[in-house]
Write a protein that binds this ligand. Structure first.
Ligand code: DAT
Length: 171
């Protein structure tokens, strides 16, 4: 299970889809940490078992610091325990039913081992617990992400939250 934390693979719950759509509708910036790491080669070694590079978390944080201090950024990643707590006003963890998730990952060409590990990761809700352990409970929200209706609902809800946040913080 430990590898779930370290592996920079994406579990396919819809983070990128939601993040990009939100950014386009809200005008906020969107950062995909996986892409950022790939572009800057922000890696620290290679995980042979999972056949993927290991994220250099410190360098990722350094790379994002200026942008995050300015604010207005949607950060897309499957883990969150290495980001400074002060960076985030709200944290969303997407949840997809296992049967739906399995089909999505199969479509991506994941092999049997990768499929099993990702599904296990989902079952144990590791990432949700990680979020709860890393941020104040009241800012961590779990959202369903099974179908296009869920996506629309999530976008609507989050846009409302952003609008309210801006109102509350403009004086
Ligand atoms: P992630 O960034 O978490 O890896 P993604 O945004 O790339 O996930 O989405 C994985 C696939 O699932 C992609 O083909 C789009 C699809 N998808 C995302 N959200 C969905 C939703 N709410 N309903 C149906 N399909 C969805």
């Amino acid at each position: 299970m430990e590898a779930c934390h370290r592996r920079p693979g994406t579990p396919g719950v819809g983070k990128t889809t939601l993040g990009k759509e939100l950014a386009s509708r809200s005008g906020l910036k969107y950062v995909n940490v996986g892409d950022l790491a790939r572009e800057g080669q922000l890696y620290d070694g290679y995980d042979e078992e999972y056949d993927c590079p290991i994220l250099d978390e410190d360098r990722v944080v350094d790379e994002l610091e200026n942008q995050m201090s300015e604010g207005g950024v949607i950060v897309d990643y499957h883990g969150c325990d290495f980001f400074p707590e002060r960076w985030f006003h709200i944290v969303f963890v997407l949840k997809t039913d296992n049967s739906v998730l399995y089909k999505r990952l199969e479509t991506r060409g994941y092999n049997e081992k990768k499929l099993k590990d990702n599904i296990q990761c989902e079952i144990f809700q590791i990432l949700y617990e990680e979020a709860l352990a890393s941020y104040k409970e009241e800012i961590v929200h779990q959202l369903p992400s099974n179908n296009p209706e869920d996506l629309e609902d999530n976008i609507d809800q989050i846009l409302k939250w952003i609008e309210q946040w801006v109102k509350d913080h403009s004086s």
